[in-house]
Design a protein around this ligand. Structure first.
Ligand SMILES: Nc1ncnc2c1ncn2[C@@H]1O[C@H](COP(=O)(O)OP(=O)(O)OP(=O)(O)O)[C@@H](O)[C@H]1O
Length: 323
């Protein structure tokens, strides 16, 4: 395997102005010195809160934005200065945007984009059929896109992103706005791309998505890289913390604060689902809180009590809080 993306001490600043009367210049350090490599054939995830710098990073990688400083190379070429060598070998998909023509059929859309890449007709025709099959749109290929569901449009977006047979596909929140079934179909397509040897760099807000898809994940916070590893290794970073989920009839603020006061408890949160109130408790692994917890939950109609594995979300929250 070789590195197809090389980023070293990459920075990007934006200069904006603030205030009405006396306008003051402000420098935003959107990407503030990040370093990572992506290997050929990897699915690599960029995770971070809103405004963490994910889209800015992607824009620099796809040659749309010049870095302020640092090194940013794709397929061995500088993204600023040697972009012509990169553009025909990559493609990108921004989730939630149209990017395709509603008044054309999927097949005509793909023919149009193949034309933009000057792909010969026989090659394009064969590729279009293969791509339509990959994204599961073969039987709907001649319908107008305006009759498509959101999930179908998103799948067509992926098809569009594959028209030049790119080595690397960049995806910014590919499943945003999709229903669970649509999102699952899209994740399956991304897995198939990996099987075909493509490299995928994606951003997502959904932890389970990153966990399921990514070989490695970079967590970005305020423009800086706070962790980079496989999902499993990242989970091991939250050493010494255990997680419990309890389903109860009611979860009052007083109950939550009583649980918070148990020695060894690090955090408590609650949510409601159709079965009742779920209380999420994180505690130090070397403190057995179960006895005291059962005392506090006495008469609270416990319907389930589960010791949970640490999730990527736990890691993410801890890292972002620490930073
Ligand atoms: N064109 C711009 N001018 C000024 N500031 C910008 C510009 N684009 C982005 N920013 C700022 O740079 C920071 C990083 O933005 P970016 O869009 O890269 O974050 P993100 O991680 O992709 O967020 P999100 O998950 O919300 O898409 C934010 O503070 C944002 O407000």
């Amino acid at each position: 395997m070789s590195a197809v993306i090389e980023v070293r001490d990459l920075k990007r600043e934006y200069i904006t102005t603030k205030g009405w009367v006396k306008r003051k210049k402000e420098i935003i350090h959107a990407v503030n010195g990040i370093t990572f490599e992506v290997q050929e054939g990897e699915i690599f995830g960029l995770l971070g809160q809103n405004g963490a710098g994910k889209t800015t990073t992607i824009k620099m990688l796809i040659t749309l934005l010049a870095p302020t400083s640092g090194e940013c190379k794709v397929l061995g070429f500088r993204t600023f200065g040697e972009e012509d060598n990169i553009r025909k070998r990559i493609n990108f998909i921004f989730g939630g945007e149209m990017g395709v023509y509603r008044r054309l059929s999927a097949r005509d859309n793909l023919k149009y984009f193949a034309n933009l890449y000057h792909i010969d007709f026989p090659v394009a025709s064969k590729r279009i059929e293969e791509i339509l099959d990959l994204v599961g749109l073969s039987d709907k290929a001649d319908l107008l896109v305006e009759t498509y569901s959101k999930g179908m449009v998103q799948r067509l977006q992926i098809a569009r992103g594959l028209i030049n047979d790119p080595d690397i596909l960049f995806m910014d929140e590919p499943t945003v706005g999709l229903d669970p079934l649509g999102a699952r179909m899209l994740r399956d397509i991304i897995k198939k791309l990996k099987e075909k040897g493509k490299t995928v760099l994606l951003t997502t807000h959904y932890m389970y998505e990153a966990d399921e898809l990514c070989d490695r994940i970079a967590i970005i916070n305020k423009g800086k890289l706070v962790a980079l590893d496989t999902p499993n290794n990242l989970k091991h970073m939250v050493n010494g913390i255990s997680s419990i989920e309890v389903l109860v009839g009611e979860a009052s603020e007083q109950l939550i604060s009583e649980i918070k006061n148990i020695r060894g408890v690090k955090s408590v949160s609650a949510s409601v689902n159709e079965k009742g109130n779920i209380i999420y408790i994180k505690h130090k692994s070397d403190c057995d809180i179960s006895g005291t917890l059962f005392d506090v939950l006495k008469n609270k109609k416990i319907t389930s009590f589960t010791q949970k594995e640490i999730t990527l979300e736990d890691v993410y929250i801890q890292l972002v809080e620490e930073n």
